[in-house]
Design a binder for this molecule. Structure first.
Ligand code: GLU
Length: 520
């Protein structure tokens, strides 16, 4: 058989915001497609109208735009295998449902929900399968005339897949190897419902993967239980020789404790599980997103790429190009990946610090404006340059204790940088740093330093240094911490000459005067 061009797909159901696990699935599909010179399809699996959520599709598209994950064809991208929205492919599926019925691979079943409930009550662990289908109301037990007349009378029905029992079904998984189960444990899955004239997920998924010439199905582990059924469907259609290869990705696990990552974990520990903020159209509830929380898309992508895969060495920071080169499905782990959100913050720190200072300023400016401060990008970039290497305090959501970490978000800057833009208004005489550094004779020293500074013509760092260092050496005075109290109001901030140069001579002297008056 000739080598087929690699074609993969990401096929979400628009039932709400895209979960971060889905983002990882899409990313792996993207990396694989790019690496193999293949194509990535974006398909919307919306055959379950009960679960349809307006806005979800646009949300998903916007998420990938933000993340830099590009599709080659699909909903909103076009292509030759469309339509790519399953709800628009009704007529296509009908042909394939008929094919299965004609070939005796599927049958029509009329059992009402009440009848099914009654059977479940009667038979423990009831399953609609080879054992039980003979007791039910379907085209295997009814005559052709009865079936035709029921349909003509408008009775609703479903089409069920007729699974032959007692066969070992093998799924050849690129990550998990051979996964096999016995077909006897499978039930006769519903493939089509007359009520809405739509197929179920299983049928639509297989027909579309076939028609869209998909070569690899890379998806979350939660779909592994469906895979044997899918293998059987490929066979039933006679498509076994072009069946895609499967790769079921490891689950994303809770950061603490056991089990699958859930939105509740994020809410509890303060990290988003969605790429973008989501406003639920029904409840109005707002769920936080990576973008709005101040993460950089490259950081999110890099972080997610390593949840379930690694390049085989300890390289962590990788550009999209590098990941495309190194990605390897066979190096994906079978075991679930703990969602280490702290690592995600670390990645953001790394990517943020790689950025030019100017790139920080739009977000920084927004925060300043929210706090009533108008500045310029140039000034803001200077503050970033002075402060970006600092650490911030935060309350650890797990231990509820105050901890320190590197600046990891632009918003981390604000509590550390207010004094650049606003002069200290009050001085807390009880503050340890102030008490220690502002003594009886400090005011006199400060006044002297004010005079020295007033005489500095070139108020740049170098200009101040030349004059002030000489003065300090001559007099033996070291009022640096007191000077910090005057300009900052606390024991924090950058190098004093840098700060004074940023503030300018006038503001520097004003702040010193205010401090002398307040602290005496
Ligand atoms: N519609 C399924 C989902 O929402 C797709 C599963 C698959 O990739 O086959 O994830």
């Amino acid at each position: 058989m000739a080598e087929r061009k690699v074609r993969v797909r990401f096929a979400p159901s628009p039932t709400g915001p895209l979960h971060i696990g889905g983002v990882r699935t899409a990313l792996y599909n993207y990396l694989f497609a790019r690496q193999q010179g293949g194509e990535l399809i974006f398909r919307i699996e919306d055959t379950d109208s009960n679960r349809f959520v307006p806005g979800a599709e646009d949300y998903i598209i916007e998420s990938f735009k933000w993340l830099g994950i590009q599709f080659d064809e699909g909903v909103s991208f076009g292509g030759e295998h469309g339509p790519y929205r399953q709800s628009e492919r009704r007529e296509i599926y009908k042909v394939y449902v008929k094919q299965l019925l004609d070939n005796g691979k599927a049958y029509i079943a009329f059992d009402t929900p009440a009848e099914l409930d009654a059977k479940r009550a009667e038979i423990p662990n009831f399953q609609y399968d080879a054992q039980t289908r003979g007791m039910m109301r379907n085209s295997l037990t009814l005559s052709q005339e009865e079936v035709d007349s029921l349909i003509a009378a408008g009775e609703q029905y479903v089409v069920r897949f007729k699974i032959e029992p007692g066969r070992d079904v093998h799924v050849d998984d690129l990550i998990r190897g051979d996964v096999s189960i016995n077909s006897s444990i499978l039930d006769d899955k519903v493939l089509y419902k007359s009520a809405d004239e739509l197929p179920t997920y299983h049928l639509a998924n297989i027909v579309d993967d076939h028609l869209m010439e998909v070569t690899h199905v890379i998806r979350g582990e939660e779909w592994l239980p469906s895979a044997p059924l899918h293998v059987l469907l490929y066979e039933a259609f006679g498509w076994a020789d072009t069946m895609p290869r499967f790769a079921h990705l490891p689950l994303l696990l809770k950061p603490v404790g056991n089990g699958k990552l859930s939105k509740r974990d994020g809410d509890k520990l303060g990290f988003p599980v969605f790429p973008l903020e989501w406003h639920d159209p029904k409840s109005g509830e707002v769920s936080s997103g990576y973008r709005e929380k101040g993460y950089l898309p490259q950081a999110v992508v890099n972080f997610l790429a390593l949840l379930g895969w690694n390049p085989g060495n300890d390289q962590e920071i990788m550009s999209m190009e590098e990941m495309i080169k190194l990605f390897d499905l066979s190096k994906c782990s079978k075991a679930g990946a703990k969602f280490d959100y702290v690592k995600g913050i670390w990645f953001n720190h790394q990517y943020l610090l790689q950025q030019d200072e100017m790139a920080w300023t739009p977000a920084f400016d927004k925060i300043l404006k929210e706090n009533g401060i108008t500045s310029t990008p140039e000034k803001e970039a200077q503050v970033v340059a002075m402060m970006k290497q600092k650490v911030v305090e935060y309350i650890d959501p797990q231990s509820k204790q105050v901890k320190k970490r590197n600046i990891s978000f632009v918003s981390d800057l604000w509590p550390l940088t207010k004094f650049f833009f606003v002069a200290p208004e009050t001085f807390d005489k009880e503050d340890k740093f102030i008490r220690k550094n502002w003594k009886e004779d400090t005011a006199a020293d400060m006044k002297e330093l004010m005079e020295v500074l007033n005489g500095v013509e070139d108020f740049s760092v170098e200009g101040q240094k030349a004059v002030v260092d000489a003065w300090a050496e001559q007099t033996g005075k070291k009022p640096w911490n007191a000077w910090r109290v005057a300009l900052v109001g606390a024991g924090q901030g950058p190098d004093m000459y840098e700060l004074a140069a940023f503030l300018g001579k006038e503001e520097t002297l004003n702040r010193m005067k205010t401090a002398i008056e307040a602290l005496g």
